[in-house]
Design a binder for this molecule. Structure first.
Ligand SMILES: [Fe+2]
Ligand SMILES: [Fe+2]
Length: 171
């Protein structure tokens, strides 16, 4: 059985993950509006991954006899001044999510909640990747600067990203 404190904290984390999905989906719309369909595709895959993250916490609460509570989501920003600004925000957002995962790791240790600790180890590694992938795009965009040609090349490259759904969870 999951403890009340952990249940509450994971319900908050479901909200953070879904707000990540919401933010990235807003970026999908922004990139399409700029004719950058490759970047939109990249962010679409990112959005789907965030929903998978939310569902991992959802299922963990459910499997341990807790109650999932869906909290209201904040409306995401609609416009950015450049692709660089959008990816910078994605990178900053991932750093914020990492801090939230770190808080959960601390809580799991305090509560001696070992099942939560195991689940959270996966998220610790995942956040290393999330920060790395978004900061890499930021670096490339910084290098490209005002080159329209560079932007088109990067857009094409990022458009190759696909979303691989996780294998169906065993019941
Ligand atoms: Fe996430
Ligand atoms: Fe993420």
């Amino acid at each position: 059985m999951i403890g009340k404190k952990m249940e509450e904290a994971m319900n908050q984390q479901i909200k953070h993950e879904l707000e990540s999905a919401y933010l990235y989906l807003s970026m999908v719309a922004y990139f399409h509006s700029q004719g950058l369909d490759g970047m939109a595709q990249w962010m679409r895959a990112q959005t789907q991954e965030e929903i998978v993250h939310a569902m991992k916490f959802f299922d963990h609460i459910k499997e341990r006899g807790g109650r999932v509570e869906l909290l209201p989501l904040a409306q995401p920003k609609r416009d950015w001044t450049s692709p660089l600004e959008a990816f910078q925000e994605a990178y900053q957002h991932e750093q914020f999510i990492t801090s939230k995962i770190d808080d959960l790791v601390r809580l799991a240790a305090q509560e001696e909640d070992h099942p939560a600790g195991i689940l959270l180890q996966w998220f610790v590694s995942e956040q290393v990747e999330e920060e790395s992938s978004t900061s890499q795009v930021v670096q490339m965009l910084e290098r490209i600067g005002d080159s329209g040609h560079g932007l088109i090349m990067l857009d094409r490259e990022l458009g190759a990203r696909t979303f691989n759904p996780p294998p169906a969870a065993e019941e």
